[in-house]
Design a protein around this ligand. Structure first.
Ligand SMILES: Cc1cc2nc3c(=O)[nH]c(=O)nc-3n(C[C@H](O)[C@H](O)[C@H](O)COP(=O)(O)OP(=O)(O)OC[C@H]3O[C@@H](n4cnc5c(N)ncnc54)[C@H](O)[C@@H]3O)c2cc1C
Ligand code: FES
Length: 238
């Protein structure tokens, strides 16, 4: 969780790389609204107001056999960090990286260096496969032991639906609205099976076959009018 300045809101970003030797972390941020735009305006050498983390449960990394790592949009960056860990744990790693269009694809090179096989998808077909339909065929052809998905909720849901009938364990990385990231405010509440969980402390990784994606999508839109207003005020100098 970070704050760009002392007036700002705290936003959650996922660690996309880290170096214990250098004492650094990497986060990759898509500028979508007021706070992420402010962050994007910072230059090398500038500082942010504060940073809290790492938070939540660490990703489960073991030798499962063949792990299919599927990522969409900005979340391909943290996916590459997990894909590397699966590779180092001895897994055969198959990667799928996607974006709306070719120009928005990120971390393809980094994923290619890690993965035993890599597939590229774009929603508009400008590069690689068009959409995720080809995944169905891939799941028929290959023996996959575990699937990990990071990206927009529609992607998490679509991949979980594809793997459900095959019984392939599918871990989805959830990014609901977060406020305190401490398990106290309830903003990140998600329903998983018959349980209410808080993604910030119980997650962010959950069993994709158990998550109530419809509820999650509805909750993500809760503050849309306020977010749009905050952005307009910010762009017009408050
Ligand atoms: C656990 C987690 C990890 C994330 N990791 C990344 C990442 O690595 N890279 C990245 O670019 N983005 C990531 N996000 C999303 C990022 O936090 C939001 O894009 C950001 O908070 C938007 O703030 P804003 O003021 O720029 O835009 P706003 O206009 O406030 O919001 C734009 C959209 O972002 C989402 N959002 C807004 N506030 C929050 C919030 N407090 N928590 C979660 N989502 C919010 C909403 O869906 C909203 O529609 C992550 C979110 C979560 C919960
Ligand atoms: S963000 Fe407050 S409980 Fe998770």
């Amino acid at each position: 969780m970070l704050r760009v300045d002392d007036n700002g809101e705290r936003i959650p970003l996922t660690i996309a790389d880290a170096s214990i030797e250098k004492g650094t972390i990497v986060v990759v941020c898509h500028e979508v609204g007021k706070t992420t735009k402010k962050l994007g305006k910072l230059k090398a050498g500038d500082h942010i107001f504060d940073l809290l983390g790492p938070l939540g449960k660490p990703a489960e990394i073991e030798n499962y056999g063949t792990v299919l790592c599927v990522g969409g949009g900005v979340m391909v960056a943290p996916l590459h960090f997990q894909a590397r860990a699966f590779h180092e744990a001895g897994n055969n790693v198959i990667g799928v990286v996607g974006a709306r269009t070719e120009g928005q694809l990120i971390f393809e090179k980094e994923m290619r260096e890690i993965c035993d096989e890599l597939y590229v998808t774009t929603d508009d077909g400008t590069k690689g496969h068009k959409g995720l339909a080809f995944l169905k065929e891939l799941l028929e052809k290959k023996k996959i032991d575990r699937v990990v998905v990071m990206g927009p909720i529609v992607t998490l849901k679509a991949v979980s639906e594809l793997t459900r009938s095959k019984g392939i364990p599918t871990i989805v990385n959830l990014i609901p609205i977060m406020v305190d990231a401490m398990g106290m405010c309830g903003a990140c509440r998600v329903t998983v099976g018959d349980q209410t969980m808080f993604a910030c402390v119980d997650g962010p990784d959950f069993d994709g076959h158990q998550v109530d994606f419809e509820e999650l999508m509805a909750r993500l839109k809760m503050f849309t009018p306020q977010e749009k207003l905050a952005f307009v005020f910010h762009e017009e100098g408050e």
